[in-house]
Design a protein around this ligand. Structure first.
Ligand code: PHE
Length: 342
């Protein structure tokens, strides 16, 4: 019997076959189990001999079954590995693996940072969640002044002291934070996210600005104009930009100006140095003496200028995207089209 069972075990070619052999030998009605059942009917003397013999048989059979099962399992795994192996030397059937793109906003921030970096500017940062004080009061927006209303501010609920935080509506609070922590001469830009409750083809509730600030003892509007022209030439990659400054109003600058550049609009694209369209790209001015004073500096000693530019806007202009809202839809097709290779 043992020889027959061993032959059956060796002959089993997969795990299912091994199970059939096991049931036939060791199952409830198996051949070995039958023999073991027979022990009960034997005399004590017969049992003394046959007991150990049959138990030994059962143990050897079950050991042989286990060993065969393990061998088959290993062979099965080896076969699967062989059949499922990937031949990495085969030519690709589809396009190469998709690679992530750099978002146009990140790209443009890098470009701006590099241009101003060459001009000696460092990068400063401030929080997206600001106090009413940094966003408005310290920037010379009097409490109750209508200029506050124009910002479509997102406010948080007030705390127990009645102080309400807000999402900064511009990067200008970084001016104050920088003046409070750095000694003049100051030359910084502060790119970052800004928020206003506004949404259409050219406005999204979250957008980006870059602030610029220069504070020393002698910087004036002539320097500001030169700096902005240099920036526009480098950023838009044109020989000459024609710029005009229009008087404007910001509580934290005096005088305040808005800057337009001459261009020709062709569909979504703009060409510079031709045409007679004027495109507004930023607000700027000489830092208001009150702001310098609020920062703890003496306005009779220190002066300087600041500017604030919409990053999304100049990104759209440079790279010809028609709708600002698409910037933040996270649509993979848009990102593949307008994103930059790393
Ligand atoms: N903070 C202003 C705005 O968001 C722009 C600005 C910045 C104007 C710095 C003057 C100086 O519209």
């Amino acid at each position: 019997l043992e020889r027959d069972i061993r032959a059956a075990i060796d002959g089993a070619s997969d795990e299912a076959a091994i199970e059939t052999v096991r049931v036939a030998a060791l199952g409830k009605k198996g051949s070995v189990s039958d023999l073991l059942k027979g022990l009960g009917a034997m005399t004590p003397d017969e049992r003394k001999v046959m007991g150990p013999a049959l138990n030994g048989l059962r143990d050897r059979v079950s050991e042989a079954l286990l060993a065969r099962r393990a061998t088959l399992k290993e062979a099965g795994l080896a076969a699967r590995l062989a059949s499922e192996a990937v031949d990495v030397t085969l030519p690709l059937r589809a396009s190469p693996l998709e690679q992530g793109r750099i978002h146009p906003i990140s790209q443009v921030i890098d470009e701006i940072t590099a241009i101003f970096g060459d001009l000696g500017f460092a990068v400063a940062e401030g929080p997206d969640i600001e106090t009413d004080d940094y966003n408005f009061t310290a920037l010379n927006f009097p409490v109750g002044h209508p200029a506050r209303e124009m910002h479509d501010t997102f406010f948080f609920n007030p705390d127990e002291q009645g102080e309400r935080l807000l999402l900064r509506t511009h990067t200008s609070p970084v001016q104050m934070r920088t003046m409070q922590t750095q000694k003049p001469p100051i030359r910084i830009i502060a790119p970052g996210r800004t928020y206003r409750n506004d949404s259409d083809q050219t406005h999204t509730p979250m957008f980006h600005q870059v602030e610029g600030l220069v504070i020393d003892t002698s910087s004036h509007i002539g320097h500001l104009k030169w700096l902005l022209e240099e920036f526009c030439r480098a950023f838009f990659e044109v020989e000459k930009v024609e710029m005009r400054m229009r008087p404007s109003f910001f509580p934290f600058t005096e005088p305040s100006m808005e800057v337009d550049i001459r261009c020709k609009r062709v569909g979504n694209e703009v060409r510079f140095g031709e045409g007679d369209d004027w495109l507004e790209i930023l607000g700027c001015g000489m830092v208001h003496p009150n702001v310098i004073r609020f920062a703890g500096l003496d306005p009779d000693v220190y002066q300087g200028f600041a500017f604030g530019m919409g990053i999304d806007r100049i990104a759209m202009l440079k790279y010809g995207m028609p709708d600002l809202r698409a910037f933040f839809d996270a649509d993979q097709r848009w990102l593949n089209h307008y994103g930059f290779r790393p």
